[in-house]
Write a protein that binds this ligand. Structure first.
Ligand code: URA
Length: 211
């Protein structure tokens, strides 16, 4: 597993406003969206391209274009949905699949309750969206699911990560170069309720209000 922490003053600025408990839902959604676009730039560094010949008004040249098959963006429901627009703004030709994961509170095992994905992901680069890498259980299950369906590589984009969650993902994908985690920051720790500290609270509630 590879970890990339976006180190950029704009990311730090937007993240600070996002964390602030006084930030209302509409502002939170807008900032999360902007932050994801910045993270998407980092996360797509290794998106596959192929040479593409064109003519400018001046001369012929060879540029690049994204290779087929198209990358697949997979928001993990519910909170990952709040990251979708920011991601596809940068990768408008990507296809979008959906993955709903739920954790059994007795066994702590995450299972899928909803999937809308191609059956075969052979040759696909996948970008999983999950704002909070907390305990890591859900993300590990989601990444395994995508790799088992044949994804060539999977990059998780998270707004925030806890060291505990990173260790869980690292342990699950030790020596696995196909898994990358991109995040805006690694926070201090998890509290006894599984919240990231200092974090930003419940990302789903802050995006969509408490329902
Ligand atoms: N999920 C959240 O929304 N927030 C946390 O701090 C941890 C998990």
């Amino acid at each position: 597993m590879r970890l990339h922490v976006a180190d950029h003053p704009l990311v730090a600025h937007k993240l600070t406003v996002l964390r602030d408990g006084r930030t209302d839902s509409p502002t939170f959604r807008r900032l999360a969206d902007e932050l994801v676009t910045l993270l998407a730039y980092e996360a797509t560094r290794e998106v596959r391209t192929e040479p593409y010949p064109i003519r400018t008004p001046v001369a012929g040249t060879t540029g690049v274009r994204l290779s087929a098959p198209k990358p697949l963006v997979v928001p993990i429901l519910r909170a990952g949905l709040g990251m979708l627009d920011g991601m596809v703004r940068l990768l408008p030709t990507a296809e979008v699949g959906f993955l709903g994961m739920i954790r059994d509170e007795a066994t702590l095992q995450a299972t899928t309750y909803a999937t809308r994905l191609p059956e075969d992901l052979s040759g696909r680069q996948c970008f999983a969206l999950d704002p909070m890498l907390a305990t890591g259980g859900t993300l590990v299950a989601a990444l395994r699911f995508l790799l088992e369906r044949g994804a060539v590589d999977v990059t998780a984009i998270c707004l925030l990560a806890a060291p505990e969650g990173i260790e869980v993902v690292r342990a699950a994908f030790e020596g696995e170069a196909r898994v990358t985690v991109v995040t805006a920051a690694v926070d201090e720790r998890l509290d006894e309720n599984g919240y990231i500290v200092p974090g930003l609270g419940d990302a789903g509630d802050r995006l969509y209000g408490v329902v």
